[in-house]
Design a binder for this molecule. Structure first.
Ligand code: FE
Ligand code: ZN
Length: 509
């Protein structure tokens, strides 16, 4: 074979991707690719797709293998040196419990569905991008499981996250969001996950988690975060590229895409309520508050992005103003809810100590002292009197986001519960906000099918009528995984390791 000049990366990539595509002849293309037209998105020319990352499969494996080697070297040494003993406080690990229960299964869902997209878009460039993301997501799922398995040996509540993901009430929030996207068409899915989630909101998930891990001495989690970050950069580029590609292809696409952006911004944002409380309350040392993160990553950065996108006719997601007004309330309201329902959660809650209370006052000058400090001080008093309370009964859930109805009218009366009602075929449906109400009313046939954990318990589908029955059905060990942190087995073990068990118990935190 004659020696030829080596192709440059771009050419090589084109030959190895688009060059390998073909139009079918035995069967019509529409039968081979049945999904990418029914949403009404019109693509005139798939070759107009600009590949966001020109990575051939061989170089992809090489890069990823390098990252794996580094990650596994670090988590090995973390395990051998009992790295869990160096985190700021035993409470910190509850953030990891929420992560492995609520986020890791989403990585797996993303793996599955990007593989589906990798089969079903008829443009080769788009297919390759989705296939690579699919492999990335499987790797994220695996590296998270491997990293956090060390904590699972020493702390409760992390033993069966995938079983819990399909059943436990608060995990149906991320699950229903992701499955909403997975049961939509390919363009809606990719707008939802690649754009609304990965481009618009990803910093609000990963920055607090990873810098939170660094601030609390958890080098294992920091490392898997870094290992995922270069993948994330590609995913974000894909998110932006797909949006631009769709609007450039046909003017009819614009209103459909804006609708997807509005819907999935709100759905993804609602899931982030869990992150807001994790960031402000579960991290003993918080690098920044939820409100600060929201101002930087959403108001400023996404404000600039949508300024840029306005030349395509796109605007900021609907109800961005509500989310911004809510930023001063979100973490406090969510933590209050979990404090009341931890008897049915696979992690612990607690009341903030004085240091944390002061930090919250400083970070939330308009709302914390006025609305939340008095409530929390009262609950601390009750704890001291031996009356740590749990809410007896089951809450009303939002039909769309599935979160208990504890959000308030942040634009007008922040102490008034926000509740919206829709009638459909003679039945009444409740939603938590205008955002969730719009989503319900745009697709009522989809959302009346929602698997609402509270309704399922009442219908007898969750193991029985008693709390104990339900916890068994969740695979949650009563008295170990759930309830208050102070006095829990996790807490006691932590105190033994740290030699704190001989000191005053009330001084921790
Ligand atoms: Fe991922
Ligand atoms: Zn809702």
């Amino acid at each position: 074979m004659a020696v030829k000049k080596k192709l440059n990366m771009r050419k090589r990539y084109e030959v190895l991707t688009r060059g390998m595509g073909w139009d079918t002849t035995y069967q019509p293309m529409d039968k081979v690719f049945p999904y990418d037209k029914f949403e009404g998105i019109k693509i005139k020319d798939w070759s107009g797709w600009e590949d966001p990352f020109r990575l051939t499969v061989d170089s992809y494996w090489k890069y990823q293998a390098e990252k794996e080697k580094k990650l596994y070297a670090i988590i090995d040494s973390f395990a051998q040196n009992n790295g869990h003993l160096n985190v700021s406080d035993g409470r910190y690990v509850n953030a990891l419990k929420l992560f492995i229960q609520g986020v890791t299964p989403l990585e797996y869902g993303a793996h599955r569905h990007y593989a589906h997209l990798g089969r079903h878009f008829r443009g080769e460039g788009t297919r390759v991008a989705c296939q690579m993301q699919s492999i990335d997501e499987l790797r994220h799922c695996q590296t998270q499981l491997h990293t956090l398995s060390h904590y699972n040996k020493h702390f409760n509540g992390m033993h069966d996250p995938f079983h819990m993901f399909d059943r436990v009430w608060y995990l149906s929030v991320p699950k229903s969001y992701f499955e909403d996207a997975m049961t939509a068409g390919p363009f809606e899915f990719i707008t939802s996950i690649s754009f609304s989630f990965e481009y618009v909101l990803t910093n609000l998930l990963f920055v607090p988690f990873m810098s939170g891990a660094a601030y609390n001495g958890d080098m294992a989690t920091v490392t898997f975060g870094f290992s995922a970050q270069s993948d994330e950069a590609r995913h974000m580029t894909l998110g932006l590229e797909i949006i631009k590609f769709m609007v450039e292809q046909h003017e009819d696409n614009l209103p459909i895409i804006q609708g997807y952006i509005d819907k999935h911004f709100w759905r993804a944002y609602r899931v982030l309520a869990l992150i807001a409380m994790m960031q402000d309350y579960m991290l003993p040392n918080s690098p920044m508050s939820w409100n600060e993160a929201w101002q930087i990553y959403y108001v400023e950065n996404m404000g600039a992005l949508f300024n840029d996108l306005s030349r395509y006719g796109l605007r900021m997601p609907k109800y961005s103003d509500v989310a911004t007004a809510e930023a001063e309330h979100l973490s406090h309201q969510t933590w209050s809810d979990f404090y009341n329902f931890t008897h049915a959660a696979s992690f612990h809650t607690w009341m903030p100590d004085d240091r944390k209370m002061d930090w919250l006052s400083e970070k939330y000058p308009n709302t914390f002292d006025k609305h939340y400090r008095p409530r929390f001080e009262q609950w601390r008093e009750m704890e001291k009197a031996g009356e740590r309370h749990y809410f007896k009964g089951l809450p009303q859930l939002c039909q769309t986001c599935q979160i208990p109805m504890f959000f308030t009218e942040v634009m007008s009366d922040p102490m008034k519960i926000s509740r919206r009602v829709s009638m459909y075929k003679g039945d009444r449906y409740h939603t938590c906000s205008d955002g969730c109400k719009d989503i319900f009313e745009n697709e009522p046939e989809k959302f009346i099918q929602a698997w609402l954990p509270v309704h399922q318990i009442f219908q007898g589908n969750c193991g029985g009528a008693d709390l104990s029955d339900v916890l068994k059905y969740y695979h949650l060990n009563e008295g170990e995984d759930n309830m208050e942190y102070v006095g829990s087995p996790d807490h006691k073990r932590w105190q033994e390791w740290k030699g704190e068990d001989k000191q005053d118990e009330t001084a921790t935190g």
